[in-house]
Design a protein around this ligand. Sequence first.
Ligand code: SF4
Ligand code: SF4
Length: 443
Amino acid sequence: MRADIVDKVRAAGVVGAGGAGFPTHVKLQFEVQMVLANGASCEPLLAGDPYLMTHQPGPVLDGLIAVMNCTGSDEGTICLKSKHTRALATLREKMSENGYAGRIKVFELEDFYPAGDEFILVNEVLGKIVPEGGIPLNVLAVVSNVESLLNVSRAITDIPVTDRYLTVCGEVNQAMVCKVPIGTPANAVIQLAGGPRISDFSIVMGGPMMGKVLTSGSAPITKTTSGIIVLPSNHNVVRDKCRSLDQMRFIAKSACTQCSRCTDLCPRYLIGHALEPHRIMRHLAYNPGWAGDVLDDALICSECGVCEKFACPMMLSPREINAAVKQKLLKEGVKREPKREAYQVSIFNDTRKIPLNRLMERLEVTKYDIHPPFYGDDIRVNQVSIPLQQHLGQPAVPVVKTGDRVNKGDLIGEIPEGALGARVHASIDGKVEAVGENIVIKQ
Ligand code: SF4
Ligand code: SF4
């Protein structure tokens, strides 16, 4: 039975929908004690997860039970914020039915950021600390986003991942949660939301904290896209994303006061990891080159953005710097060994959680937090550009060629032999127009 579930999840191309796209079938091959369904939805403005828990509780819970069965876990916990009262009520009612009763618990989270970070979630719910550079499996837990669980339940009935639920909001005429075929261009999603209501705008893919500012509106929706946010080009969330590492280093040297507020509020530091962004800032400002033990600590930064968007009084960018240093080190193949044998949660961990309403005020996005309605399942697009790399690991290998006709759900990209990866499927019916890093399909 376990092998069957793993095979079906692998065949359907299910990946972590809430993070970097870790292939789900790989997680399912381990024995664990606890499965956590991550419905924390901690990024401001994003409403897809509460929508799914409210309107599709059955498939979400079925996916959770399948993952529990597969990993030999007796316990499953669905984690969501107390403020999502409709989702809580619907889930509790569904959980009283046969098959769920007694097997699944609910854990109510406070409304803070980043409650949905796997490391923070594991600590909140289980009181355990995932080691530096580790994953929840290290503490015998699996964490799966609620949309991933929905996709697992669909995979069991041989339905592959072809669509993505996401929030479209900000400066659009009709903010909404919608379900769109993977590969749909961001611009088309914005048009679906009534189009932009300002002329000079930037597009953020993902949430306002961890999302990326797009350089092109033709960028496709992927299996991990949780939101499309339209913001004025000079908005607080968009600013500072385009500086080079050398420019940021120069600014750090001239403006960083070494107050260490970025470290004091860093969620990973607060759970006991050896990550102190103010020391990285100091090292970069006063040492030439890219070597240094302290720089390796950038490898354990989650890029949550608390240091940059909430903590720093000088409006500096420790997160952007960490991300750039991390990329550089990963390219060079630098590996970082954990610096601590045991971890101690800070006595300030509870009092330094970032309340979401204050974070939204700081980000200047409160006016966009309007609980958007769902726009149906019948969205049609006539062209998609589906990336072969939407997940951690190796890109999928195309199994179609230009001119082939495909139907929605057909396999178009296979996992390379022996590699970590995920399958990719056609998200609309049509003809293959191009095969490169993306597969373009036109109706
Ligand atoms: S919070 Fe800002 S000014 Fe203070 S140490 Fe960190 S980067 Fe420097
Ligand atoms: S982005 Fe900043 S606050 Fe978040 S983990 Fe990295 S250093 Fe810590």
